[in-house]
Design a binder for this molecule. Structure first.
Ligand SMILES: Cc1cc2nc3c(=O)[nH]c(=O)nc-3n(C[C@H](O)[C@H](O)[C@H](O)COP(=O)(O)OP(=O)(O)OC[C@H]3O[C@@H](n4cnc5c(N)ncnc54)[C@H](O)[C@@H]3O)c2cc1C
Length: 439
């Protein structure tokens, strides 16, 4: 049989070896880097590629960029359906980005102008004892108080029954999950700092920033091969070969098997994935006709159903005719399981119990952002399971020097920073991954 290695191919291979490394990569692969997902991490990776002169292709499953940073304008009055606070603004990359783009930011303390009222099943309650306990609760989850053990939120307050209810509320509203399933140590590692807000929307800011980057929308990646040189990334748009791939797909989506890997991912990466889960924080925007029910702008109503969960109703944010319901944990999952119409009815029932029948009379429309049922997020953001506080660092380890997992879930590097769960952290993780790719 005649050999397929011809004299011409040997000459071509020799010529290739003579090329500088970067040019050789250009000749071998369609592009240097494929970025999977155009959320905050994908946008961070894209900017780093541009700055480093790396060629890249960004593939995004949705018909828009921004991922979980999304300003919902469907009700005519915008609100952030995902990320809202620009946390630890002193070091958050979105702050200088906003400044470069001329996007105004405000300190969240300056907008806390309205009233804060608490209810239990629609009936007013006094929460002053809860507020008194808040300091003790914060100290339990604060790294400055010594090493926080890698146990669940509930175990962390096992010796202080007066803090249990607060720990439940913290887990459900800050992580979106039940307190038995969240690692206190993972939470304690998160950075603290000033919070800023973009009145026009965090999502609108991300859209403006990302508008200049090339991205293929409505292109879900289904398969990543890394059994040869570099990687081959498959999607409905075809196959793309690259030196490396940066996978910013949320861990809930990865755990559901939406992206296949050939060969399978190494044990360390799988351990990392297995140690993380996604909360169910949900937002429902409710539009009203101008009747403000006597509540000042930026008021908050907290309504608790004992033993089940609670809902925070943020009223008239930035003077808009909107109430935004925020809730998490298993309560959110059960509300979403009823379907969108029923979910809206549940929120209107709860508001009616607090404010009376005028709520339904003034109601104009709603939009449901159930991140836990969204196939491209499968949850609000990641948390480590109790005993698994090392999971993020495991997932952050590159695979075969050609697959980087980057996003809010890996925004800890090798444990050197505490930016997980946030849009700022996702950006930093994407940026770091793109810098680490060698072409
Ligand atoms: C209700 C809620 C409130 C929040 N509040 C805050 C807050 O106040 N402050 C804050 O900093 N953060 C907040 N967050 C978290 C923040 O939104 C996320 O941490 C951050 O946006 C995650 O960015 P990412 O790039 O890691 O992931 P994503 O934004 O999810 O980006 C991943 C992208 O991958 C795409 N994708 C999925 N599957 C595929 C596939 N197969 N192929 C191609 N693309 C795919 C997705 O569509 C998405 O665009 C909140 C989130 C929620 C849901």
């Amino acid at each position: 049989m005649k050999s397929s290695v011809t004299r011409r191919s040997i000459v071509a291979a020799g010529a290739m070896l003579a090329l500088p490394r970067a040019l050789r990569a250009q000749a071998l692969f369609d592009t240097d880097v494929v970025i999977v997902g155009a959320g905050a991490a994908g946008l961070g990776a894209a900017r780093a590629c541009v700055r480093d002169g790396k060629r890249f292709v960004m593939l995004e499953a949705r018909d828009r960029i921004g991922g979980r940073v999304f300003t919902d304008a469907s009700l005519g009055a915008p609100y952030d359906a995902g990320a809202y606070y620009i946390h630890w603004a002193e070091r958050n990359p979105w702050r200088p980005i906003a400044s470069e783009l001329g996007v105004a930011l405000r300190d969240d303390r300056t907008i806390a102008s309205g009233v804060w009222l608490s209810f239990e099943n629609g009936r007013p309650v006094d929460r002053s004892s809860r507020r008194r306990n808040f300091g003790d609760l914060s100290r339990r989850f604060d790294p400055d108080e010594g090493e926080v053990p890698d146990v669940s939120f509930i175990q962390r307050v096992a010796d202080a029954p007066e803090l249990v209810q607060g720990a439940r509320g913290l887990a459900r509203m800050a992580v979106g999950e039940e307190p038995e399933r969240v690692s206190a140590l993972d939470y304690a590692r998160l950075w603290e700092g000033d919070d800023l807000i973009a009145p026009e929307g965090y999502g609108a800011l991300a859209q403006r920033f990302g508008a200049g980057f090339p991205v293929k929308l409505s292109t879900p990646v289904t398969h990543i091969r890394w059994d040869g040189r570099g990687v081959v990334v498959e999607s409905p748009a075809g196959r793309l070969s690259a030196r490396a791939v940066i996978v910013t797909v949320p861990v809930g989506v990865l755990a559901a098997g939406a992206v296949r890997f050939t060969p399978e991912l190494p044990a360390l990466t799988q351990e990392g994935l297995g140690g993380l889960a996604m909360g169910a924080l949900t937002k429902i925007g409710l539009r009203f006709d101008g009747n403000r029910f006597g509540l000042p702008v930026n008021s908050n109503l907290w309504d608790e159903i004992p033993g089940v969960g609670g809902v925070n109703f943020e009223c008239w944010p930035f003077d808009r005719n909107l109430i935004v319901a925020l809730f998490g944990g298993d309560f959110a999952r059960s509300v979403l399981a009823q379907g969108e119409r029923a979910a809206v009815e549940t929120m209107l029932d709860r508001l009616t119990a607090i404010l009376g029948p005028q709520v339904r009379a003034a109601f104009k429309g709603a939009s449901v952002n159930g991140w836990a049922t969204d196939p491209f997020s499968m949850g609000c953001y990641s948390h480590a399971l109790p005993g698994q506080a090392g999971a993020r660092a495991k997932l952050a380890q590159p695979v075969g020097e050609r697959i980087w997992f980057a996003g809010e879930a890996t925004a800890v590097g090798d444990g050197e920073f505490g930016a997980a769960m946030t849009a700022g952290g996702a950006f930093l993780a994407g940026e770091a991954a793109a810098r680490a790719v060698r072409i």
